[in-house]
Ligand binder design. Sequence first.
Ligand SMILES: [Zn+2]
Ligand SMILES: [Zn+2]
Length: 305
Amino acid sequence: MARRSAKLVKFNEPFQLVTDDIPSAPPGGAVVKVQYTGLCHSDVDMSKGEKINYSLPLILGHEVSGRVHSLDQLAVNSDIKVGDRVMVYAIRGCGVCSRCKVHKPTFCLNRVRKTIGFTEDGGFSDYLTVADLSLLMRVPETVAMDTACLLPCSGLTSCNAVLSILPTVKEFVKDHGVPEDCAVLLVGAGGLGLWAVQIAREVLPDGIWIVCADRDGGIHVTVGVFGDTASLPLKSFTVHQHKAVGVLVGTQQQLRELLKLVEDGKVKAPPITHHPLESAWNVLQDLRDGKVKGRAVIEVSEPCE
Ligand SMILES: [Zn+2]
Ligand SMILES: [Zn+2]
C-alpha cells in the first residue's frame, strides 16, 4: 500500500500529486487514515507564501477527519484505539509549560506552535502522522465525518469568537435586561459566519437579535490566522469603550462543547461540497476567488461510515 498526497512544491503553483510509503506512527503518536480535509482560507494564504515563512515542499490541510490507522507502541494503552473515528486538533505547543499542560497550546508560554498543515505535513494526503494522541478527539457515530473535519478549525474559531463576546453581552444584560432591539452583529456569513450565527443562537441569552451585516458592532472580534490590515476608528475605543479582541482557533474544551452542540443537532455545518484530492488546487483557487458557497472539503479516501 502507498500514500497519496497533494504537495505544495512551489508557491502559487498547483499541488503535485505524489505517492510514497505509508508513514509509521511517531513515538507516542498515531497515523490517521484521512477521510475528509476541509479547504480553508488559510490554505489559500499558505499556497501564496506571502504571510508566513515556512519551507517547501509541504502538504497543506489542517481540517482533518478519518479513522485511526495505526498507533505507536507507547500509545497502545491509550483511550484512542485503531479504527476509531476521529477529528484532529491541529495545534500543539511545547507540551511542558503550564498552558500547554492544560491543553491551551495556542497560548504556549514558550511560543512554540507546531501546526498540522502549516509547519508539518497535513491532510491533503490519505495518511496523516499525528505526533500526540491528545490531538485526536473521537467523533460520535451521529456526527457526519465531513462535518467533523470542519469542527477543529472553522467551527471552533467561530465558537471561540462567539464565546469571547459572551461576557460583554452578559454584563450588558445584567445592567439593562434585554431591550426589544438588543442585537449582536455578526460580520460575514461565509464558512465561519454560518457557524457563528447558529452558535450565537445557542449560547447568547434569550431575546437577543443576531444580525448578520457589515462591520463596526461595538466589539470587533478578529479571526483568521493571516488577517489583513484593517483601520479602526480609535476614537470609538475611548469614547464608546469599544473593544477589539483576537481569537486564534480555540481550546479542546471548547471543541468538546461545540461537538456536543452538533451531536445534539443544535448546530449544523454550513453547506458542504465534496471534491477529489486531484481537484484540491483548483478548488483552492475557487475559494480564493470567492466562488465557494459554504465549505468545500476534499474527500481524500472512501467514506468509512
Ligand atoms: Zn482552517
Ligand atoms: Zn507550551
